[in-house]
Write a protein that binds this ligand. Structure first.
Ligand code: PGA
Length: 261
């Protein structure tokens, strides 16, 4: 696991966007795993800028969201497929038909979940999966004690996650759905490159537990310790409880320019 510590979230965006630029140069029909929430917005903004100013193209790409609320009406502004189109894919040259998310309105949610895993496999698997981290260490909507080998499935959100997300629902926690479909930890681990971002003091404990603590379903993002190509990009606040920060900074500074993350 590579840990990159940057002064501010703004400093993370070009480093992560470089990984996309490199991927798309080598593989224009890349498969991107996309995350919602506030954390990845700076990276999406940088990718949109590169599209508009530098011609970075997503025309041949397909994307798969990490998760979706169950039961939000189609087109609800906080539905995650709507969110990702608004915040990212509609602002670049992504074909809207190639932007996917789990179907939280399916009659048969279990089938929708296993179909989603299969669709990712059929697309050839995810090249870069971008991830945020929850304050309790959750990854996608894999809450603490999620199976470390879980597949896409139905999950119940913790009350903490619902209250954290109430800010997207005018502060009304009751408006936040109670259930979701989420890629499992086993699904996420199949992505060829996992990039997890964490910003702010409220992520510091989760980052420390998941990066330097024991592998445990209590801290679901700790599963990334087993990933052959995982990059964790954190700002100084989110890094504030890490113990090996000096080593991470030296290592990143010492990398050859061509290597990237
Ligand atoms: P956030 O959420 O990006 O809005 O902080 C991350 C998460 O809960 O996974």
């Amino acid at each position: 696991m590579e840990v990159v510590v940057v002064p501010t979230p703004e400093d993370a965006a070009p480093i992560v966007a470089d990984a996309y630029s490199k991927l798309l140069a080598a593989k224009p029909k890349a498969v991107l795993g996309l995350a919602t929430g506030s954390t990845p917005l700076g990276v999406y903004a940088e990718l949109i800028r590169r599209h508009k100013e530098e011609g970075l193209s997503f025309a041949g790409c397909s994307s798969y969201n990490l998760d979706e609320y169950v039961g939000l009406p189609a087109g609800h502004p906080e539905g995650y497929l709507t969110f990702i189109k608004r915040e990212f894919t509609d602002q670049v040259d992504f074909d809207p038909d190639d932007v996917h998310g789990p179907d939280g309105l399916a009659d048969d949610l279990m089938k929708a979940a296993s179909d989603y895993d299969q669709a990712i496999k059929d697309a050839g698997g995810i090249d870069i999966q971008i991830l945020g981290i929850g304050g309790d260490g959750h990854l996608a909507f894999n809450m603490p004690m999620s199976s470390l080998s879980s597949r896409t499935r139905l999950k119940t959100l913790t009350s903490k996650t619902r209250s954290d997300n109430a800010r997207f629902f005018d502060g009304d926690v009751e408006a936040v759905p109670k259930m979701c479909l989420t890629q499992g930890l086993g699904t996420i681990m199949e992505a060829r490159h996992a990039i997890m971002l964490g910003f702010g003091k409220n992520k510091a404990q989760a980052v420390a537990e998941c990066v330097e603590g024991a592998l445990s379903s209590r801290w679901p993002a700790s599963i990334l310790q087993l990933h052959p190509h995982a990059t964790v990009v954190v700002d100084e606040d989110a890094a504030s409880q890490l113990r090996f920060t000096g080593y991470y900074i030296d290592t990143f500074k010492g990398k050859p320019d061509w290597q990237g993350i």
